[in-house]
Design a protein around this ligand. Structure first.
Ligand code: XMP
Length: 508
C-alpha cells in the first residue's frame, strides 16, 4: 500500500482534517480511537503515528491518554497541540498555562530541522492556553513564536516530534509542507498513494469478500451510490443488481438519465421501480417537513424490502457509506446506517449475509477521484448533492403534481444557466424552491396573480457552514428572465441571501 499513518483521536475539532492532509500528501491515513488495539493500530503496515489535538489539559483528572506502547511501535510519532503536550508529559517534560494564550494567526520561526525542511518564518494557526514549559531529556525546541518558546520539539533519536500549532488548518502557511516533510523526510515514505491508484485493490477486495455471491444495491444516482455500484460492477459484473426507485420527487429527466447512463452505457443490471404514485399519495396533504422526510424514508425502505423479497438469492447489501459517515458514528467505529442516508437508511436485517461498503475509508473528494478513475464522466462525478427526500423538501407546504412540475422546470432552467455561466464547479448546491407564495404581477398588459420561485445557490466545502453565492448580477438576471418567460404560472423570482447558520441549505 506504500505506508499507512494512524491518527489517534484525542477529541480535537480538526482531527478529520489531519487524516485528510496526510492523504493529500500521498499516504493512506486513518483516524482511530485512543482505545484501538495494538493490532488495529499496527494493521498491515504502519509507518507513522500522529497524536491529535484535543480539549483537555494534560494534568486534569481524567485527561485523555494513550498506552505507552504507542511510542514504542518502531515508527515516528508526531504530536499536534494536545498530542505534543501529552508526549512531553510522558517523556518527563513540564506543561503549564502560557503567560499569554495564543489563539489564531501567529508568526513562527523554524530551526533547521527535517520537519521544517525548506521552510523559514511563517504564519501558523495557534489555539492553546497550555504549552510545553520544559522538555524531557533528548528533546530540543525546533520552533518558537513570540509567546511560545517551544512551539515545536524533536527527539531525533527516539523519532518523536511535536508541534504546538495546527498544521492541518488552512490558515497555517506551509502546513501541508509540515505533513509532507514528516511523511517523506522522517517516515521515509514515497507518498504515492491516491484514491485513483487504489481502484484495482478495491476491486480485488470486493471480489474476495463477495466470493461467488450476489449483491443488491440501491442506486440513487448520487455520487456515492453510483461510484460504489460501478466499482462493485467491475468486480463481480452481473452478480450485482441495482434497484433504482423513482419516488416521483426527482429532477427533470433524472430517472431517464440515470437509467440511460448506468443501465445502457455502463451495462449495470438496474431495476427501475416506478413508485411515483405510491409516494405522492402518501404525501398528499402533508406539509410538515419532518413528516415528509419520515414518510419518504419509510416508504423507501418498504419498496426496497419488497423488491429484495421478490428477487431473492442475494447475499450482500451494498451501501455507499463514506468515511465521514463512519467517523460521525464514533471515530473509526463500526458503520451505523444513518437514518438520513441518501437512500433512506436501509435495514441490515432483510436477509443478507452481510453488508459491503467499499467506500467506507474515503472522503467525498476521494470518492470523486475514484469515480473519475473508473471512467464515470465528470458531469456525473461532480453532480451537486441532492437530498434523499428530493423535491419534496423544496416544495414548501403540501405537495401536488402541478407544484412539482413548476419546480422541475424552474430547477432545470437554473441548472442550464449555471452551466452556461461556467459556475457549476464554483457552487456547492443550486436549486429552486417552490415557495407557495402568490403575488401580483403584470405581463403583457395583464394583471397576473402567480407563484414566486426562490433561487438558492450556495458555496461550501462540507455543507456544515455555507455562504450564499455571489452569482454575478447579469447571470441572476438571465435566470430570472428565463424562468418567467419559460414557465407558466411563475411571475416572480427571488434570490435567497441567507448563509448557514442561521439558515440551512434546504428551505425545509
Ligand atoms: P441543510 O438543509 O441541513 O442541508 O443545511 C445540508 C445538506 O444535506 C442535504 N439534506 C439532506 N440529505 N436527506 C438527505 O439525504 C435529507 O433529509 C436532507 N436534508 C438536507 C442538503 O441538500 C445539503 O446538501
Amino acid at each position: 500500500m506504500g505506508g499507512r499513518v494512524v491518527v489517534l483521536d484525542f477529541g480535537g475539532q480538526y482531527n478529520q482534517l489531519i487524516a485528510r492532509r496526510v492523504r493529500e500528501a500521498g499516504v493512506y491515513s486513518e483516524l482511530l480511537p485512543r482505545s484501538a488495539s495494538r493490532e488495529r493500530i499496527l494493521g498491515d503496515e504502519l509507518s507513522g503515528v500522529i497524536l491529535s489535538g484535543g480539549p483537555d489539559s494534560v494534568y486534569e483528572e481524567n485527561a485523555m491518554t494513550c498506552p505507552d506502547w504507542v511510542f514504542e511501535l518502531g515508527v515516528p510519532v508526531l504530536g499536534i497541540c494536545y498530542g505534543m503536550q501529552y508526549m512531553a508529559k510522558v517523556f518527563g517534560g513540564e506543561i503549564g498555562s502560557a503567560a499569554i494564550g495564543e489563539y489564531g494567526r501567529t508568526n513562527a520561526v523554524y530551526a533547521d530541522h527535517a520537519l521544517f525542511e525548506g521552510m523559514d518564518e511563517r504564519v501558523v494557526w495557534m489555539n492553546h492556553n497550555d504549552s510545553v514549559l520544559r522538555m524531557g531529556d533528548g528533546f530540543r525546541s525546533i520552533a518558537y513564536t513570540a509567546h511560545c518558546p517551544i512551539a515545536a520539539f524533536a527527539n531525533d533519536e527516539k523519532r518523536l516530534y511535536g508541534i504546538q500549532f495546527h498544521a492541518e488548518v488552512e490558515h497555517t502557511e506551509d502546513g501541508k509542507r509540515v505533513f509532507s516533510n514528516f511523511l517523506r523526510g522522517i517516515c521515509g515514505l514515497a507518498c504515492d498513494w491516491s484514491p485513483s491508484n487504489i481502484a484495482e485493490d478495491m476491486i480485488e477486495e470486493v471480489r474476495a469478500q463477495v466470493g461467488d455471491g450476489k449483491v443488491l444495491a440501491a442506486l440513487s444516482g448520487g455520487v456515492d451510490s453510483s461510484v460504489a455500484a460501478v466499482l462493485v460492477h467491475r468486480a463481480i459484473g452481473d452478480r450485482l443488481t441495482c434497484i433504482f426507485v423513482d419516488h416521483g420527487l426527482l429532477r427533470l429527466n433524472e430517472a431517464e438519465e440515470v437509467m440511460a447512463f448506468y443501465g445502457e452505457s455502463l451495462g449495470l443490471n438496474i431495476i427501475k421501480v416506478d413508485a411515483q404514485e405510491r409516494f405522492l399519495s402518501k404525501l398528499e396533504g402533508v406539509s410538515d417537513p419532518e413528516a415528509k422526510r419520515k414518510i419518504i424514508g419509510e416508504e423507501f425502505v418498504r419498496v426496497f424490502e419488497e423488491q429484495a423479497e421478490r428477487l431473492t438469492g442475494f447475499d450482500y447489501l451494498l451501501q455507499g457509506t463514506i468515511y465521514p459517515d463512519v467517523i460521525e458514528s464514533g471515530s473509526g467505529g463500526s458503520a451505523v446506517i444513518k437514518s438520513h442516508h441518501n437512500v433512506g437508511g436501509l435495514p441490515e436485517d432483510i436477509g443478507f449475509v452481510g453488508i459491503i461498503e467499499p467506500l467506507r475509508s474515503l472522503f467525498k473528494d476521494e470518492v470523486r477521484e475514484l469515480g473519475l478513475s473508473l471512467d464515470i464522466p465528470p458531469q456525473l462525478v461532480w453532480r451537486q448533492p441532492f437530498p434523499g427526500p428530493g423535491l419534496a423538501i423544496r416544495v414548501i407546504g403540501d405537495i401536488t403534481r402541478e407544484k412539482l412540475d413548476i419546480l422541475r422546470r424552474t430547477d432545470y432552467i437554473l441548472r442550464r444557466e449555471v452551466r452556461a455561466a461556467g459556475l457549476e464547479r464554483v457552487l456547492w448546491q443550486y436549486f429552486t424552491v417552490f415557495t407557495g407564495i402568490r403575488s401580483v404581477g403584470v405581463m403583457g398588459d395583464r394583471r397576473t396573480y402567480d407563484y414566486a420561485i426562490g433561487v438558492r445557490a450556495v458555496t461550501s466545502s462540507d455543507a456544515m457552514s455555507v455562504d450564499w453565492a455571489e452569482i454575478p448580477f447579469p447571470v441572476l438576471k438571465r435566470i430570472s428572465d428565463c424562468i418567467i418567460a419559460e414557465v407558466d404560472h411563475v411571475n416572480r423570482v427571488v434570490y435567497d441571501i441567507t448563509s448557514k447558520p442561521p439558515g440551512t441549505v434546504e428551505w425545509e
